[in-house]
Design a protein around this ligand. Sequence first.
Ligand SMILES: C[S@@+](CC[C@H](N)C(=O)[O-])C[C@H]1O[C@@H](n2cnc3c(N)ncnc32)[C@H](O)[C@@H]1O
Length: 275
Amino acid sequence: MDVSGLAPIEQTALLTEYCRALDSRSATPILGDTVADSTVRQIDHDFAGLGASPSVVALVALRAKMLDERIRAHVAANSTAVVVDLGAGLSSAVWRVDPPETVDWFSVDLPAVMSVRESLVPAHPRARSVAASVLETDWAAGIPADKPAMVFADGLFAFLDQDAVVGILRRITEHFASGVIAFNDYGTVSKANQIVGRLATSSKSNSPHRQWNFPGFKDARTPEAWNPDLRLLEEASAMQRPEAALFPAGLRIASRLSRRVPSIARKARILQYRF
Ligand SMILES: C[S@@+](CC[C@H](N)C(=O)[O-])C[C@H]1O[C@@H](n2cnc3c(N)ncnc32)[C@H](O)[C@@H]1O
């Protein structure tokens, strides 16, 4: 399938899916998402130009695994949960988690991405599509509001500015009666970090670094100040997981250092908030 018509922000979905495909092809996968591999094989694209280094592959696979675990736990505790994947891209999280038939799963992304998704990702019986921008105020209008919600975003917030992220968090807590918001996060991302990321990947015209907007935050409680309905539930670092034994050498060293240097642990964290 030709995806050259996707805008740069929409093309960021290719890197994460490709990373999960590469992980699944590894002899010792972290996530083992074979649906990702079959999705990628149907796309005609210069994947090699995306900058999927072994470290990026490992971290993308592990953060998806960590989010899956949290979604499974929420669904196990709330049999009538509604799960919402914000900026779902081509992710097959719904197949990995495979929720029971009492659960509804909504995948939200921009219309062009949803159209590619519907062509390539096998339809799961519990899954529904929402083709909308999460910057609009009414993207959640068709999603049941009265069920325990698990709203998650894997790889979305980095591309939005802080006001947009604050607005999205507000709309989630206004729309859904109760639930959990989970997302991956990188701690503070200074302007210098963003520029270095762009320069390091400047030969890769479609690198997601070019789309980076979110300045991030150090203290995991910061979103509580943005939105008084949120309560920090968990801050967990991918750097401190047992799967770090499977990381490439440099990342393994960083993982060991992260025990003593909190800023390294923050660079690959999953945050959860209850509301
Ligand atoms: C890095 S990708 C991650 C995709 C997916 N979560 C994954 O793990 O593969 C970021 C996704 O956010 C989507 N996105 C960016 N801005 C968006 C917006 N305003 N509304 C909805 N989706 C958006 C992009 O289209 C893209 O699919």
